[in-house]
Design a protein around this ligand. Structure first.
Ligand SMILES: [Zn+2]
Ligand SMILES: [Zn+2]
Length: 264
C-alpha cells in the first residue's frame, strides 16, 4: 500500500483491545503503511465504558519507547465518545488536555441510553428509525466537541444491524446528514472513511462523501478501526479510491491537532 496512513486503531490502552503498540505497528509495517495513529477510547457516557478511559500518558510513553525501532511513524491520538449532553465533552476534554494528543476522533456510539452496537438497540427499531436516529444523534452531539479533528464512523450503527440492506446511504437521513456535514465543512473539520463497518460487503459512502464535498468539505482521514493486528490497514485502497471518486481534495496527517494536507 503506497504510503498510506491508518488513523484509527486501538491498542491494549482501550478497554476493548488487547494488543500492544508494537504488535499493531508491526502489522502496519507488513501492510506497507507509512504512518499510523492510535485512537484509544474515552467514553464517559456509556455506563459500561465510563470507568475505563484510556490511560493516555501510558499510551504516549509506550509509543515513545517503541518508536525508535519501528519502521512506521506512530502518532498519539484518542477516540472520544460524543453525546448531545455537553457535559461529557467537557469531561473528555479536561481528561485529554494534559495528554496533548496529535489527533482527536469524535464518535457517536450511544443513542439516548443505548449503545448502537448492541442487539437491544435494534430490538425496538425498524431500519429507518434505527439509522435516522443514529445520524440525528451525531447532528446533536458533534457540536459539543469543537476540538475534534474528524467525525468518526458515521455508519457505526450498521456494524451489527440485522437488516438485509445494511449499508448506510445518504438518502436514509438526508436532513440529519446535511446538518452534520455542513457543520463539519463550515468548521474546517474532516470526515473519516472508516472501513470497519463494511465488513466483507461492498464498500459504501460515495453518496455521503460527495455531499460532504458539495457542502464545502475538504478533507478525510482513513481508518481501519483495527482492534487486532490482522485488521490494520484493511481496505484502505478502496477507501482512497472512494474518496477520490467523491471529489474529496485532501487527506491529512496530524501533529499536535494541526493538520497537514496532502492532495488525494
Ligand atoms: Zn468507535
Ligand atoms: Zn474505534
Amino acid at each position: 500500500m503506497p504510503n498510506y496512513c491508518d488513523y484509527h486503531m486501538h491498542s491494549h490502552h482501550s478497554f476493548d483491545a488487547k494488543h500492544s503498540i508494537r504488535e499493531m505497528a508491526e502489522a502496519a509495517v507488513q501492510a506497507g503503511l507509512s504512518e499510523i495513529c492510535f485512537t484509544d477510547h474515552i467514553d464517559f457516557e456509556d455506563p459500561n465504558w465510563r470507568d475505563v478511559p484510556a490511560d493516555l500518558p501510558a499510551q504516549r510513553a509506550e509509543i515513545e519507547r517503541e518508536q525508535p525501532s519501528l519502521q512506521v511513524k506512530v502518532l498519539h491520538g484518542v477516540e472520544i465518545g460524543l453525546s448531545p449532553n455537553a457535559s461529557f465533552a467537557a469531561q473528555s476534554i479536561s481528561y485529554v488536555r494534559t495528554a496533548e494528543p496529535d489527533f482527536i476522533i469524535g464518535s457517536v456510539h450511544v443513542v439516548g441510553t443505548q449503545n448502537a452496537y448492541r442487539p437491544e438497540y435494534f430490538a425496538e427499531r425498524e431500519r429507518e428509525e434505527a439509522y435516522t436516529q443514529y445520524i440525528m444523534e451525531i447532528a446533536a452531539a458533534v457540536r459539543t466537541l469543537p476540538q475534534l479533528s474528524v467525525l468518526g464512523h458515521y455508519d457505526f450503527v450498521t456494524k451489527r444491524a440485522p437488516y438485509s440492506e445494511r449499508a448506510m446511504r445518504y438518502a436514509d437521513a438526508p436532513e440529519a446528514f446535511d446538518s452534520v456535514l455542513r457543520y463539519l465543512a463550515e468548521n474546517g473539520k474532516g470526515m473519516e472513511v472508516n472501513t470497519s463497518a463494511w465488513l466483507d460487503d461492498p464498500a459504501w459512502g460515495l453518496d455521503v462523501l460527495s455531499r460532504f464535498v458539495e457542502l464545502g468539505g475538504e478533507f478525510v482521514t482513513f481508518g481501519s478501526d483495527a482492534h487486532v493486528p490482522e485488521r490494520v490497514g484493511r481496505r484502505l485502497l478502496e477507501a482512497h479510491a472512494l474518496a477520490k471518486a467523491a471529489g474529496v481534495r485532501y487527506t491529512a496527517t496530524f501533529r499536535g491537532l494541526t493538520p497537514r494536507f496532502i492532495h488525494l
